[in-house]
Design a protein around this ligand. Structure first.
Ligand code: 6PG
Length: 243
């Protein structure tokens, strides 16, 4: 696990964009394509916008990039709360990823059908084994959730399905999310966490060596994979030196 702390959100976003470029180069050299899983919420937007600018907008071979999502809200794709909508406006409308290589979580009659739809897409693309994504972004909820795996929900414990419907509180309560059998097969996971409101959970997660996991974020353990935490000073403000 690598923890990097940056002065500002902009520095976090620049570092994350640079890592995407590096990971893309490695993956394309290894298997001819780059399978990238985007997270939702507000934090990743800055990184996606940075990737839509030079040198990344033309420097990354976007024609070899395949885009997936870690989770989605059960809202139409043109809804401003949609993670797909955010990624398209921030990045995908500005770079040359072929449309056939963009795999949004579909909006269906029910969230269960949306989850089943995404799972069948992944199984069609990757076969019997859960996909081993090259790079998977995760945000961190103030309750310690990742993707839409919320504390105390069945989806956190799901070991068979690759995609689940789950619920949270508040608007866009119905969610569709990748499960840990998929998340923990990623080659590289980047956590993006910024802002003071994330500091307590960042400390609980990163200082919890030997303590039984309590939060979904503590169940992120990529098998033969790497985890990077990219934090701003506010989110890292409760970390002590010894971590
Ligand atoms: C979503 C996300 C969710 C998000 C965290 C952090 O659909 O909202 O995937 O897991 O990453 O809630 O969100 P912020 O970046 O907005 O704090």
């Amino acid at each position: 696990m690598t923890i990097q702390v940056f002065s500002t959100v902009t520095d976090v976003s620049n570092a994350a964009a640079s890592m995407v470029a590096d990971q893309a180069k490695t993956a394309i050299a290894r298997h001819g394509s780059f399978h990238l899983v985007l997270s939702g919420g507000t934090t990743p937007r800055h990184t996606l916008e940075r990737l839509a600018e030079p040198p990344y907008a033309t420097g990354i071979p976007w024609n070899k990039v395949h885009i997936f999502w870690g989770d989605e809200r059960w809202v139409p794709p043109d809804d401003s709360r949609s993670n797909q909508h955010m990624a398209r406006t921030a990045l995908l409308d500005h770079v040359a990823v072929p449309a056939g290589q963009i795999f949004p979580i579909p909006y269906r009659q029910s969230p269960e059908e949306a989850a089943e739809g995404y799972e069948s897409t992944l199984r069609r693309l990757f076969g019997k084994q859960p996909p081993r994504f090259d790079l998977l972004f995760l945000g961190l909820g103030t309750d310690g959730h990742v993707a839409s795996l919320f504390p105390g929900t069945d989806a956190v414990m799901e070991q068979r399905r690759w995609v689940c419907h789950t619920q949270t509180q508040g608007p866009a309560a119905d969610r569709i999310t990748l499960t840990f059998p998929v998340i923990n097969r990623a080659r590289t996971i980047i956590f993006l966490a910024t802002g003071e409101e994330k500091a307590p959970k960042v400390r609980e997660i990163l200082a919890a060596a030997g303590v039984p996991p309590r939060l979904p974020a503590q169940l992120v353990h990529p098998v033969n994979g790497e985890i990077y935490w990219l934090l701003d000073q506010a989110a890292a403000s409760l970390l002590t030196e010894k971590i």
